[in-house]
Ligand binder design. Structure first.
Ligand SMILES: *Cc1c(COP(=O)(O)O)cnc(C)c1O
Length: 337
């Protein structure tokens, strides 16, 4: 037998858990990571030493190195060198420092639904709404929801569930994995009434399709592709006239979240122009060109925005307090810039 006498067992040299937890670097890590995570990682390294995979005198350094690298979330910050500024696989828009700071403030208890002056319950998102209306005065009212898809689902559900959504065949698009416009609208209980062709849809195609069953007209910005050549699409201003004459609302999904025209992006539709052209509602994303957190925006006619916010689905697509805070900071920054 070649048994090591207990007093010579190298495992006796492995630092104890409480000694490791008392190291300043480990204490610092405990402020960043959860206490359970730190203990778990410390024990895993002690275990490696017990198995002889790590000399006992290297345990402390290994623990420090491990905890320095460890993150509370498995999401790892990366450098975006793809050349695609708003990259869906890399988290879309990076937040401004103001938006990050607003999120940190909102992380604890916060007056998200409380009026601090009167002590009575306040309206969730009131300040974000004000910021949106200041940045896009063409809108009568504004509502922020969970994401752009939710904004569109809420609009078509509230305006057209059990009825028809009239949309051009050229705009039945797929934006990215999991976002196919026709499937999304079908899931709301509205029926798609496709008009025109892939490359050409005329004003008369919409006008001919409008009937007693029409819930709304929908125009969607094909964000990630263009069709060129023999093409034609009805301009929003003309479509809005038809919608008004026939008493049906026109919803425009601009996708990008640009609130006002931007000289550097002449081809990108913006909410203000669409509303000034006569759209009743505009829906958009918060984390594309707007540069904010994941969110969906609905801007437009006050009565319609109210109708959407009172719909039961609005609660299921409600925006969270962190995104609300970051959105407010982002929109206020855009507006002042
Ligand atoms: C991106 C996009 C959406 C979906 O918005 P999400 O915020 O990703 O849910 C909807 N419509 C258009 C036109 C888009 O570009």
């Amino acid at each position: 037998m070649n048994q090591v006498a207990p007093q010579h067992d190298p495992r006796r040299l492995i630092p104890r858990t409480d000694a490791l937890l008392a190291l300043p670097e480990v204490a610092a890590a405990r402020r960043r990571l959860s206490a359970d995570t730190v203990v778990e990682r410390v024990r895993a390294i002690q275990e490696r030493a017990r198995r002889g995979e790590l000399p006992p005198q290297e345990v402390a350094a290994a623990v420090i190195a491990d905890l320095t690298r460890a993150r509370a979330s498995a999401q790892t910050p990366v450098l975006n060198a793809t050349g695609v500024v708003v990259h869906t696989n890399l988290g879309r828009a990076p937040l401004s420092l103001a938006a990050v700071s607003a999120m940190v403030d909102a992380a604890g208890y916060v007056d998200v639904e409380l009026d601090l002056e009167s002590g009575v319950r306040g309206k969730r998102g009131a300040r974000t709404r004000s910021a949106l209306l200041a940045a896009c005065p063409a809108a009568g009212d504004a509502l922020a929801v969970n994401n752009g898809a939710a904004a569109l689902v809420l609009a078509t559900t509230a305006l057209a569930a059990g009825r028809e959504v009239v949309v051009s065949r050229g705009e039945l698009i797929e934006i990215g994995a999991g976002f196919r416009l026709p499937d999304l609208i079908a899931s709301t209980g509205a029926r798609l009434r496709e008009v025109g062709t892939t490359n050409r849809t005329h004003l008369s195609d919409y006008a001919d399709a409008i009937g007693p069953d029409t819930g709304c007209l929908l125009k969607v910005h094909p964000s990630n592709f263009t069709v060129s050549g023999f093409t034609s699409a009805a301009p929003v201003s003309e479509l809005a006239q038809v919608a008004r004459d026939r008493g049906v609302p026109l919803v425009v999904d601009v996708g990008s979240g640009l609130l006002a025209p931007d000289r550097t992006l002449p081809d990108e539709p913006d909410a203000a122009t669409m509303l000034n052209d006569g759209a009743d509602l505009v829906t958009a994303s918060g984390d594309k060109l707007l540069g904010g957190p994941q969110a969906g925006l609905v801007l437009g006619r006050a009565d319609l925005v109210q109708r959407l916010s009172r719909h039961p689905l609005a609660r299921a697509v409600r925006i969270d307090k962190l995104a609300l805070a970051a959105l407010e900071a982002t929109v206020a920054g855009t507006h002042r810039a």
